[in-house]
Write a protein that binds this ligand. Structure first.
Ligand code: ADP
Ligand code: MG
Length: 191
């Protein structure tokens, strides 16, 4: 559970993408949509507790939150396996997460030698490996073909009871929901 109580998130007094936002994220899939620049990434950082609200507050249960950042945030000189080892000490779990994103054969390759879509999958595997009660994903499937999105989505939805995703494609959010049910949150640019 993550509850946003009237939160305002901004970078300075002129750039305040999220104003007085309230919402209860309980369980299931929550789909954040809005045009580029409407504040999706800002909101996700706020919900993850990585950006302090200017006003309002975020209430969390005992959540451990896994995150897939918009810009992956991997150590590009490390291999996929080494990146996962930063959040997980079990070699078996690391192997399992890399196999779920179909990257086992690239486990030892430095991330800087992978394609954009492969690197994206390392970021998803890291979140799977990290685990927790909630996953927050910022345009997670960029660079992945439709069939692969579908296969990876199954692993995410069976692992996390609460999923919050920002994407330009509603289909991505639907894949994460067992029955296609989701709660949509629309951020307009005047939010
Ligand atoms: P979205 O994810 O919907 O494309 P963002 O949350 O990334 O939108 O950005 C919302 C607004 O905040 C944009 O106007 C963007 O330029 C601005 N912004 C984002 N990150 C920063 C930052 N680190 N510093 C200053 N402004 C930022
Ligand atoms: Mg964004």
């Amino acid at each position: 559970m993550i509850k946003a109580h009237n939160i305002t998130l901004g970078y300075n007094e002129n750039i305040v993408p999220i104003k007085n936002f309230s919402f209860d994220f309980l369980h299931g899939v929550y789909y954040i949509r809005g045009i580029s620049g409407s504040g999706k990434s800002t909101l996700l950082l706020g919900l993850a507790g990585l950006m302090t609200p200017v006003s309002g507050r975020i209430e969390m249960g005992s959540e451990k939150i896994a995150m897939v950042f918009q810009e992956s945030r991997l150590v590009t000189t490390y291999s996929a396996e080494q990146n996962l080892s930063l959040v997980c000490s079990s070699g078996d779990e690391i192997k399992d997460a890399l196999s779920k994103v179909e990257l086992s054969e690239f486990a030892k390759k430095p991330v800087c030698k992978l394609s954009g879509g492969q690197a994206r999958r390392v970021a998803i595997a890291r979140a799977l490996c990290y685990g927790g009660d909630c996953i927050i994903m910022d345009e997670p499937f960029e660079g992945l073909d439709a069939a692969l999105r579908k296969r990876i989505a199954v692993h995410i939805r069976t692992r996390f009871p609460l999923i919050i995703i920002a994407s330009h494609d509603e289909q991505d959010a639907k894949l994460l929901s067992e029955d296609g049910e989701l709660t949509e949150i629309f951020l307009d640019d005047k939010n």
